[in-house]
Design a protein around this ligand. Structure first.
Ligand SMILES: [Zn+2]
Length: 399
């Protein structure tokens, strides 16, 4: 299993300058190759005898000219431009296979990163060795053991990080304490409601820090373009954005860790996050919650404990069905938080009832794996979510 550990770096000023230059070389190579790709593609349309652009040829082409045309590129690791062009090749492949949009040019400030292959760096305790730079301090030691695959050094706000990916066999964690099942209902007032009745509010990082964000954005917009003060205001704003992301990520990691530690089988609803973000009243609150990220974490963390995440079809009426007797309401508007079942007179909390239904669906015996090799038809016909992620089982509402 491949795992990555992102570690904060502690570069000196000189070292930070090197990292910025290596990231600059990677960005330049990526953008050069993208422009060249488009150019060659046009030429090939006019004259079909010409070869189609590809990343290997572009790397050779850049290698041939960099000594004379871009000599500054030689000051940093040769991996930076090379890996950037390979990444462009992958971006095009993802585009051709309809997994991603057309590659875009990288921007300074937003895409400051470069990648090293495992023969180009060394990790030893709390330090990492980068070619043409030497040893660099890291804030922690590597969390996993195994074969190191690659490292990506990147900048977020004014901090540098190395994300080291490892092919590890010790990814397996002890199985969940409670081998039972849980259903999870996602919401806006409460991030999650569990079928056990627990409700977790969630960090709501953006909402808490929104005033400060607005103030800093306004301050930035008042500064003259190109001025030193604008640069400072920009750095401050970037720092706050990074803080919001950290607070959110921390909350989600703690929650997903606690759920996967406790339960083996996890039933969740297949949320149409993109569609919900289209709702302008709710979009900020939903984006602030980070449902998609939470789901991603639940899946890989459950996998590491031998558990499973079962995704229940989006059209399954989890809120409108009584979890005691199965009575189905015709309608239940969003502002109704509690209701009494006309069938069996049970008084339901809307979210807890939905979570219990999801748990019941997850443990019912009609689970079928989705897509993949010989797993039968994709049951999830109504969704446009595309190919299924590994380790997810899906279920449809057969009613
Ligand atoms: Zn009922």
């Amino acid at each position: 299993m491949f795992l990555a550990h992102r570690i904060r770096l502690d570069p000196s000023k000189v070292q930070a300058t090197y990292l910025a230059r290596a990231a600059g070389a990677a960005r330049f190579a990526y953008n050069w190759a993208l422009a060249e790709w488009e150019h060659q593609f046009e030429a090939c349309k006019r004259n079909p005898a010409l070869p189609k652009p590809n990343e290997a040829a572009l790397r050779r082409q850049l290698n041939a000219i960099k000594r004379t045309q871009f000599p500054w590129m030689l000051d940093v690791t040769k991996n930076a431009p090379q890996m950037a062009i390979m990444q462009l090749g992958r971006a095009f492949q993802n585009f051709f296979e309809k997994r991603a949009r057309y590659p875009r040019f990288r921007r300074k400030g937003a895409n400051d990163r470069f990648t090293l292959t495992n023969d180009q760096f060394q990790v030893d305790g709390k330090r990492i060795r980068i070619p043409k730079l030497g040893w660099l301090r890291m804030r922690e030691t590597l969390r996993y053991t195994g074969r190191i695959v690659s490292a990506t050094v990147s900048r977020t706000a004014h901090h540098w990080y190395a994300s080291i990916s490892i092919d590890t066999s010790d990814a397996q964690l002890p199985p969940a304490e409670n081998q039972g099942a849980v259903g999870i209902d996602f919401g806006v007032t409460h991030l999650v409601t569990l079928s056990t009745g627990e409700k977790v509010v969630g960090a709501k990082a953006l909402r808490t820090l929104l005033d400060r964000l607005r103030r800093l954005s306004r301050a930035l917009s008042r500064k003259a373009k190109g001025s030193c003060n604008r640069k400072k205001a920009k750095a401050k704003l970037a720092g706050l954005h990074a803080r919001i992301a950290n607070v959110r990520a921390n909350g989600l990691h703690q929650l997903s860790a606690s759920i996967t530690r406790r339960f083996h089988t996890i039933g969740i609803e297949d949320l149409h996050v993109k569609g919900m973000l289209g709702n302008r009243c709710l979009s900020r609150a939903i984006a602030d919650m980070g449902f998609a990220e939470l789901r991603r974490q639940l899946v890989y963390k459950a996998q590491r404990r031998g558990g499973q995440v079962i995704v229940i079809d989006r059209w399954y009426p989890s809120s409108k069905t009584c979890s005691c007797c199965g009575y189905k309401l015709d309608a239940l508007s969003l502002d109704v938080r509690q209701w009494t079942c006309p069938g069996c007179a049970t008084y339901h909390d809307r979210d807890v009832n939905a979570a219990i239904n999801l748990r019941n669906m997850a443990v019912s015996p009609t689970v079928s794996a989705c897509g993949g090799e010989g797993a039968g038809p994709v049951l999830h016909a109504q969704s446009e979510t595309g190919p299924c992620e590994a380790g997810i089982q899906r279920k449809v509402n057969d009613a």
